[in-house]
Design a protein around this ligand. Structure first.
Ligand code: ARG
Length: 462
């Protein structure tokens, strides 16, 4: 079988590959996504080979032109992918040879597909990180934009999904900004480790060919050159780390989605979701379902699963490259695509939802949201915390029996609970006054929240 019809590695083989093996081993059906990065890497490699004298300038030019042509064909959809050539790397290389002849056969000098695929993958992930960072900023902006609209709105805050203490809606929105900010920092941190050049480590041991890896790193914008060929040929830490960051983002969105699903129920009635992001039922005519939120929550499962798959994939793999590693790509592509879509849609939902201010306000005096504030007031009068906790607990029990909020108990009840409680308690009872009583840094105190909103506006330039 001549090489031009078959595999680039066919030399040592005496027979043909079983077609089932071709189907089983091919990856071009999904790693074609790497084509632009593969071409970038190959062009940089050719430039470098010309600089070190392995190729002539003319050969390097021919290769670069040929690759640009192939890139155009792939972008336009006119390129014919051949699964029997396994992956995107060999598909492009074969097309190059067919277009420019023997010069194309020199491109793979001093490299292997092992360092090539890692280079392409790192370049792809680097772009994906930058794309996602922009999307995360948009989502943060959507939350910060709500702060103007929802200024002064008080929500019940929950622990154990039980009413706990009052919080400003803006405090809530900024809570998500903080989580997303940590995600952005994690992405940035991960990017630095992604952005290291493996190319030139060849199969596993390096090469005898005169190469200049720093030059390739400079052309491709890599921050460093990986120092150990065995390590770089086998390393997929960068992909796993990226998937971990994606997983945390998905988890954050899943929390938000769950919360808003609850808030948009008839039972909560806190929130009206934008209808463009809801869908209906095929049988119940009245239904407006929060499907985008549910799928955001649901798709988190596959993102977690992808991370799990990658971790299991590399477990116990001996150095250096093993073909198992080809299984990394679909997991990473899927997580990236999924999380990007979730973040984009979350941005639209956050921007388009409306708080039902009246319904929220009507229910605020339920659940004794001001009990802890009253306890802290008592502590301020010199009562030890544990004692104050017991006293207010008893008072809440009295109010519960009477079916009234604390602010509607008669003064006599407070005085019976503790002699130092007088009519001043009415200055701090009720959620509006309870909110005003907060003072600590990072709390829901209106002044503190206002400062944070300002900080976020400046940070995001909104
Ligand atoms: N398609 C392969 C992958 O994704 C590229 C490297 C193959 N290397 C090899 N020696 N078969 O990992």
């Amino acid at each position: 079988m001549s090489e031009s019809q078959g595999k680039p590695w066919a030399g040592v083989f005496e027979g043909a590959t079983d077609p089932r093996v071709e189907k089983f081993t091919e990856s071009v059906s999904y790693d074609h996504r790497l084509y632009a990065h593969d071409i970038l890497g190959s062009v940089a490699h050719a430039h470098m080979l010309a600089k070190t004298g392995v190729l002539t300038e003319d050969e390097s030019d021919q290769i670069a032109k040929g690759l640009a042509q192939i890139g155009k064909q792939i972008a336009e959809g006119s390129f014919v992918f051949r699964p029997e050539l396994e992956d995107i790397h060999m598909n492009i290389e074969r097309a190059l040879i067919e277009q420019i002849g023997d010069v194309g056969r020199k491109l793979h000098t001093g490299r292997s597909r092992n360092d090539q695929v890692s280079t392409d993958f790192r370049l792809w992930i680097r772009d994906a990180i930058d794309r996602l960072d922009d999307l995360l900023v948009n989502l943060q902006r959507a939350f910060v934009s709500r702060c103007e609209r929802d200024e002064g709105v008080i929500l019940p805050g929950y622990t154990h999904l039980q009413r706990a203490q009052p919080v400003l809606a803006n405090h809530y929105w900024l809570a998500y900004c903080e989580k997303l900010e940590r995600d952005r920092l994690r992405l940035r941190d991960c990017r630095a480790r992604v952005n290291q050049l493996p190319l030139g480590t060849a199969a596993l041991a390096g090469t005898t060919i005169a190469i200049d890896r720093q030059m390739v790193a400079d052309e491709l914008g890599f921050e460093g050159v990986l120092a150990n060929s065995l390590d770089s040929s086998s390393d997929r830490d960068f992909a796993i780390e990226y998937c971990f960051v994606l997983t945390l983002i998905a988890e954050h969105l899943s929390t938000w989605a769950e919360e808003w699903i609850l808030w948009s129920t008839f039972e909560f009635s806190f929130l009206k979701l934008p209808q463009a992001y809801c869908t209906g039922s095929s049988i119940m005519p009245q239904k407006i379902n929060p499907d985008v939120l549910e799928l955001t929550r649901g798709k988190t499962a596959r993102v977690v699963g992808n991370l799990q798959s990658l971790l299991v994939l590399v477990k116990g793999l001996p150095l250096a490259y093993n073909r198992d590693l080809q299984e990394d790509k679909e997991r990473v592509f899927d997580s990236a695509e999924t999380v990007e879509a979730c973040v984009e849609l979350a941005t639209a939902v956050v921007a388009g939802a409306e708080l039902n201010r009246e319904a929220i306000a009507q229910q605020l005096d339920r659940g004794y949201l001001d009990a802890t504030t009253l306890m802290e007031y008592l502590i301020g009068l010199g009562i030890p915390q544990r004692t104050a906790h017991g006293i207010i607990g008893n008072l809440v029990a009295v109010a519960m029996k009477a079916g009234v909020p604390l602010s509607e108990l008669p003064l006599a009840e407070f005085q019976a609970a503790h002699k130092s409680l007088d009519e001043k308690v009415f200055d701090i009872l009720g959620v509006e006054r309870a909110i005003e009583a907060f003072s600590s840094y990072g709390s829901t105190a209106p002044k503190e929240v206002a400062k944070q909103v300002e900080i976020w506006r400046k940070r995001l330039g909104t």
